[in-house]
Ligand binder design. Structure first.
Ligand SMILES: NC(=O)c1ccc[n+]([C@@H]2O[C@H](COP(=O)([O-])OP(=O)(O)OC[C@H]3O[C@@H](n4cnc5c(N)ncnc54)[C@H](OP(=O)(O)O)[C@@H]3O)[C@@H](O)[C@H]2O)c1
Length: 289
């Protein structure tokens, strides 16, 4: 039995994805797959020969790479590191997968777009990243598309999940420390729950889907309105939320002002769609207790 390999398995999405793949396997034993999760202590994707050799030795049927340098502001300051992991690392993973004719799955981002469009981005819209993180992920996509013709590229956005530091936990922590929170109100997107995303990744693998797909929870908001919803749904009161501009936030990396991803293609080609973000966040908040 050739396994499914998930690289980046200790990350926020990686942990939920490995669990979702395992439970799908348990429910449907006919799928005949096993799941192996590797992270930096098992494989450093910056190292080409090590990465290629380790993947070749395992002979996976599918390689899903969710390993990345995801600190967007960190990428701006350490651009070389961003490209070494997000672009060259993905190239090495793809080369390893090609050696054993494995399906390649790459997770990419809304930050490959510049936000000028003002209506949901389609898969075929031309990328124009504004920051180093977006550039490095777009380069990663290009390597995959050049090298592995039947690869699956999934672009997603604004992730939160139980296994990682994220916007939701950051807002809830700040609400215990301060009476006033300032949150950016000039970036629009769709917060996406890692559990909902993992289920779709799992289904796309089962369908042997190829090409680029946008996957995100439906409906849109700004970080400010998302922050307000988090506090309201958590029953937090007595904290004032003030809308600020991206400029006022003083973050090093520029971000698109509008990066909503259209999921029409997902619906049309697979029949799948994701629930609105305000439903998903309620489920997530319940897991926090
Ligand atoms: N988070 C978001 O909002 C978001 C939005 C759009 C797309 N995505 C994409 O979705 C995927 C998953 O994101 P995430 O937020 O779950 O990421 P994450 O929590 O930062 O997890 C990434 C994992 O990759 C590992 N890693 C880093 N460098 C590595 C290397 N050289 N070799 C092997 N493993 C390495 C990390 O280990 P360390 O922790 O030890 O560094 C971490 O366990 C990424 O491809 C990301 O670009 C994320």
């Amino acid at each position: 039995m050739r396994p499914i390999l998930v690289i980046g398995a200790n990350g926020m999405l990686g942990r939920d994805l490995v669990e979702t793949l395992h439970s799908t396997f348990r429910i449907n034993q006919n799928l005949n797959w096993d799941v192996i999760g590797w992270d930096i202590e098992d494989i450093d994707i910056r190292k080409e020969s090590e990465t290629v050799a380790k993947i070749e030795r395992l002979q996976p049927n599918v390689v899903v790479n969710v390993a990345a340098y995801t600190d967007v502001d960190g990428c701006e300051l350490l651009e070389e590191k961003a490209f070494a992991i997000n672009a060259e690392g993905m190239k090495h993973v793809t080369l390893g997968a090609l050696k054993c004719h494995s399906k390649v799955v790459y997770l990419s981002t809304d930050y490959i777009f510049d936000g000028e469009k003002k209506e949901p981005y389609l898969e075929e819209d031309p990328p124009h990243p504004l920051n180093a993180y977006g550039h490095s992920k777009w380069k990663g996509e290009q390597y995959v598309q050049e090298l592995a013709k039947d690869a699956l590229i999934i672009r997603t956005q604004w992730l939160y999940g139980k296994y990682g530091k994220n916007f939701v936990t950051s807002i809830l922590r700040q609400a215990t420390e301060k009476k006033v929170l300032s949150i950016v109100n000039d970036q629009i997107g769709s917060p996406t729950y890692t559990i909902d995303l993992s289920k779709i990744i799992c289904a796309l693998i089962q369908q042997n889907a190829s090409g680029v797909f946008h996957v995100a929870n439906s409906d849109l908001c700004t970080w400010y309105t998302f922050g307000q919803a988090i506090l309201k749904f958590s029953g937090v009161s007595g904290v004032k939320v003030i809308p600020i501009s991206s400029k006022e936030s003083g973050r090093p990396a520029p971000r698109p002002s509008y990066s909503v991803l259209s999921t029409k293609k997902l619906k049309q080609e697979t029949g799948m769609s994701l629930r609105p973000w305000h439903e998903a966040i309620k489920d997530y908040l319940q897991t926090l207790g």
